[in-house]
Design a protein around this ligand. Structure first.
Ligand code: UDP
Length: 332
């Protein structure tokens, strides 16, 4: 039993959740972590207590939120592989949507006051224009994106009725790692470009999905945001909710598009080693270009990414795997 927490991070044993707990810990606000450890790592939970729980266990969830006197939830726990969601959509609706319903029931019962939802640019599907503003119609093209869109709708309806202040944060491509090497991006299986390109300097081979897109170099454009900047966006959103209440819906990205080929060449530069790659067919569900219009986050939260240039992101990721061969300006 503790009286301290007040803040709960679901999925705090995962990549973004653990970086959020680290930042909250540095602010003197250690968070209770709820995680079923299906993809997260207990070793990444170091700044507050860990309760191993499946979010669909509503009764135990209510008991736990009450026990730790939780008033704020940062909800990261979710299945988050676009490709897997196409193969196994039931898993995504079950884990993401039922998990969210259960969590919202528990929040209502435990009188939680602030809720921050990890949503995704995958809710936009293939947008007509890029950069994408929050007002762009959402037409997801994967069960993962659809599950996040449903979570957004449920949060609006249920939080609105329960008087809970909330923020919906639509992430673009989270990447990188804390520069001091405390944490790293670890997924099992790994499907993301930057960690896979780093591995492909060490004997593995990277499939480059599609070189015939209608983009400047034929490969997809993505908007990479450093995980520390992403977490900073959450802290700013939380401060805003604590001060003003209400609700927010914001994109969190860098505002810049980077091609897959550019990422690969920066990986080669910072590691000093060639990326072994093979050209592969397009991956189903991949939009050609997805970049964020972050004007709203800038205006409302004064959000300003500071480590989200692609060189710094890749250098931080390489360092976290012990593969950095050059010193980047920001950590020199
Ligand atoms: N990508 C790739 N090979 C891989 C993994 C990813 O070419 O092994 C490409 C992918 O097709 C997309 C970009 O890298 O164009 C970013 O993919 P990632 O899975 O990192 O993030 P997503 O944009 O799907 O969230």
């Amino acid at each position: 039993m503790t009286s301290s927490a007040g803040i709960c991070v679901t999925g705090g044993a995962g990549y973004i959740g653990s970086h959020a707990c680290y930042a909250l810990g540095r602010e003197g606000r250690p968070a209770l972590v709820l995680d079923n450890l299906s993809t997260g790592f207990s070793g990444a939970v170091r700044w507050g207590p860990l309760v191993k729980i499946d979010l669909r266990d509503t009764a135990r969830l209510i008991e736990t939120l009450r026990q730790y006197r939780i008033k704020t939830i940062l909800h990261f726990a979710a299945s988050a592989y676009v490709g897997e969601s196409i193969q196994d959509p039931i898993k995504y609706y079950d884990n993401n949507v039922l998990g969210m319903i259960s969590l919202l029931k528990a929040c209502t019962a435990a009188k939680v006051q602030h809720f921050i939802l990890s949503s995704s640019c995958a809710t936009y599907g293939i947008p007509p224009n890029s950069p994408v503003a929050e007002t762009t119609p959402q037409h997801p093209i994967s069960p993962y994106g659809q599950s996040k869109l449903i979570c957004e709708a449920m949060l609006r309806d249920i939080a609105g009725q329960a008087g809970m202040a909330f923020a919906i944060l639509r992430y673009f491509n989270a990447a990188g790692a804390s520069p001091n090497g405390v944490l790293r991006e670890t997924h099992d299986p790994e499907t993301h470009l930057i960690p896979l390109a780093l591995r492909a300097t060490q004997g593995a081979q990277l499939p480059l999905f599609g070189t015939d897109y209608d983009t400047p170099d034929g490969t997809c454009l993505r908007d990479y945001i450093h995980v520390d900047d992403l977490v900073q966006g959450h802290l700013l959103a939380l401060q805003h909710l604590e001060k003003f209440g209400g609700d927010l819906t914001l994109n969190l990205g860098s505002g810049t598009g980077v091609s897959n080929k550019e990422v690969i060449s920066i990986v080669e530069e910072v590691t000093g080693a060639p990326v072994s790659l093979r050209i592969a067919p397009r991956r189903p569900g991949d939009p050609p270009a997805l970049t964020a219009d972050i004007t709203r986050a800038r205006q409302i939260l004064e959000f300003e990414p500071s480590r989200s240039d692609i060189y710094t992101i890749v250098a931080d990721a390489a360092r976290s795997f012990g593969l950095l061969k050059v010193q980047d300006a920001k950590s020199a």
